[in-house]
Write a protein that binds this ligand. Structure first.
Ligand SMILES: [Zn+2]
Length: 282
């Protein structure tokens, strides 16, 4: 059995991936003056200590989106500036409302019990549950708006916000011209979720299609994607696969199927590297 610890991997000069026990990734991009923490995991274990081992620069947090498994460790960085797209602002309350017991720790429990056995089967679930912070820290945080095109200057290194709605309304991919990495969160990775729409409407699929079209139009600006789950760096070719997949779903040349996996269920379709849960129930 493996012991639960944050796994740090350097993926480029001044750039690291922090895997929170295989459940979710955060990334550190260090500039001359500040270090950007791109996403903040679900907040089990001490993310602050892990980041301090990587860099002694003051931390600014750049969220790819406002889901609990990406913002849950913000409490470890009191006073740090947090950048987020305003369209995701109300998600924090929605997350609370859907959580078992109405608490953030309820979400953490649920997440570990469902994702743990699939994403990190070598770590006993109880060991992960023991890392949930007690008493529960206040999950609320102050934030600064990051809109499309906004730049965050770390000193000698700038990250740019690309608004990429679909998985959430306020999704952002952060473009780093130094490493030529696009930090794509849950907007583009190996398995993307779009929530099921009333009457199986295609609004989200269209929105997501526009998003990947926008990302593919700027593919000369990046080489690799740094992703939120299930891996670290992947080829940008997957963006084109999502573009073709969403085009096919919209014009009817691709038809998916209903499927239930370990913790996911809904209508799913695949093309090349891309897997899209385009009417996802859970
Ligand atoms: Zn998400």
């Amino acid at each position: 059995m493996k012991k639960a610890e944050h796994i740090v991997t350097q993926i480029a000069p001044r750039t690291w991936c922090i895997s929170e026990y295989g459940l979710v990734n955060a990334f550190v991009a260090e500039g001359d003056d500040f270090a950007a923490l791109i996403d903040a995991t679900c907040g089990i274990g001490d993310l602050g200590e892990t980041v301090r081992k990587i860099t002694d620069k003051p931390v600014v947090i750049l969220l790819t989106h406002n889901h609990f498994d990406h913002n849950g460790g913000i409490y470890r960085f009191p006073g740090a500036k947090v950048y987020m797209h305003p369209a995701d602002a109300d998600l924090l309350e929605k997350m609370h409302a859907m959580s078992p017991g109405g608490t953030y720790n309820g979400l953490r429990h649920f997440y570990i019990r469902t994702r743990g056995p699939v994403r990190c089967p070598d770590i006993p679930v109880q060991e992960l549950l023991d890392l949930i912070p007690q008493p529960q820290p206040d999950p609320a945080f102050d934030w600064t708006a990051a809109n499309h095109g906004d730049r965050v200057d770390l000193g000698g290194r700038v990250l740019q916000a690309i608004h990429t709605p679909g998985h959430t309304d306020g999704g952002i991919c952060w473009l780093d011209s130094e490493s030529r990495i696009l930090f794509s969160g849950d907007t583009v990775n190996n398995s993307i979720i779009l929530m099921r729409q009333p009457a199986n409407g295609t609004k989200l699929i269209k929105q997501y299609h526009d998003t990947v079209e926008k990302l593919w139009a700027m593919e000369k600006d990046y080489d690799m994607l740094a992703i939120g789950h299930d891996g670290t760096l992947i080829s940008k070719a997957i963006v084109k696969d999502y573009l073709d997949l969403t085009a096919g779903l919209l014009d009817g040349t691709i038809v998916g199927e209903y499927r239930e996996t370990g913790f996911r269920k809904g209508d799913v379709a695949e093309l090349g590297l891309a897997q899209l849960w385009y009417q996802c129930d859970a």
